[in-house]
Design a protein around this ligand. Structure first.
Ligand SMILES: [Zn+2]
Length: 284
């Protein structure tokens, strides 16, 4: 009983207790390990990360992540974002805010989002960040733990790289490619959709773009097991939920946009910045 009481975390939306054997303070360490392992693996596969040719996109990703992180439930997470030259239509945010985007996300033919569309990129990043702030990885690891390694042992199993930890974490990797492709429960996906929608709206990105791309994701090819289409299955329920929460998100977005224009009116500034919203993000 004591074990359960000490291993509960709060659900971000319902406020109800959820089972989680990990301490929130340990999540960044866990994410750091994932990032380091993935960076090493990509190097091993001779795939570039944050390459010069992608400098502009890396900058875009980091600007968007900064804005989303600030309005998220865990702005204190050590967020960090990278872009890998890999034709995979996916992105992930590991525990504690370590993010990897694969270039294939905006592939003109197979991709999910339009290249250069910040709101669509923010929709994907907001959704992935929500998985991290709602602690879905450690929640699902905790659920899968046997009672033998529960509690104190479990909370350090992964951080210390023990066999049990490695084994559990191994379930979240695509075995053939050694890539971190987390798969979440339907409940967790719906939760990340809803939280992500509000994050992007609060950060100043039009939430209508999210509904557009998640509808597209539901229609995408399921064959590629590493693609976002496979890990985010088609579901009428999902589209329905997104549409249900859209009016709430639009309200948040419009309120924020009004704040931005009010702020600009008060700015004793002559040369307008290229991106109004970015300036607001830097000087809230
Ligand atoms: Zn997801």
């Amino acid at each position: 009983m004591v074990l359960l009481l000490t291993s509960c975390a709060k659900d971000l939306i319902t406020g109800k207790s959820t089972l989680n054997y990990y301490k929130i303070e340990d999540e960044p360490k866990l994410g750091q390990q994932v990032l380091e392992a993935q960076t090493a693996e990509l190097k091993h596969q001779k795939k570039a990360i944050d390459s010069k040719k992608n400098a502009k996109d890396v900058k875009r990703i980091r600007t968007i992540v900064k804005r989303l992180a600030k309005v998220s439930h865990h702005p204190e997470f050590p967020f960090e974002a990278h872009l890998a030259d890999l034709p995979i239509v996916n992105a992930w945010c590991a525990p504690g805010g370590k993010i990897m985007v694969y270039e294939g996300l905006w592939d003109p033919k197979e991709g999910l989002i339009e290249k250069g569309n910040d709101a669509q990129l923010a929709a994907v990043l907001g959704h992935e960040i929500a998985h991290a702030t709602a602690r879905h990885v450690t929640e699902s690891l905790s659920k899968n733990m046997t009672i033998a390694i529960a509690g104190a042992v479990a909370s350090s199993a992964i951080a210390s790289g023990s066999a049990e930890g490695a084994d559990l974490f191994g379930q979240m990797f695509d075995q053939g490619m050694n890539l971190f492709i987390p798969s979440y429960s339907r409940k967790n996906e719906l939760e990340a959709d809803r939280i992500g929608l509000l994050y992007m709206a609060e950060a100043g990105y039009d939430p209508r773009e999210a509904v557009k791309i998640w509808k597209k994701a539901a229609k995408g090819k399921k064959g590629e097991r590493t693609s976002i289409f496979a890990s985010h299955p088609a579901s009428g329920e999902r589209a329905k939920q997104l549409e249900k929460y859209l009016p709430e998100a639009i309200k948040v977005y419009e309120k924020r946009q009004a704040k931005v224009s009010d702020y600009l009116k008060r700015l004793p500034h002559q040369g307008w910045p290229a991106s109004v919203s970015d300036t607001f993000a830097r000087h809230p």
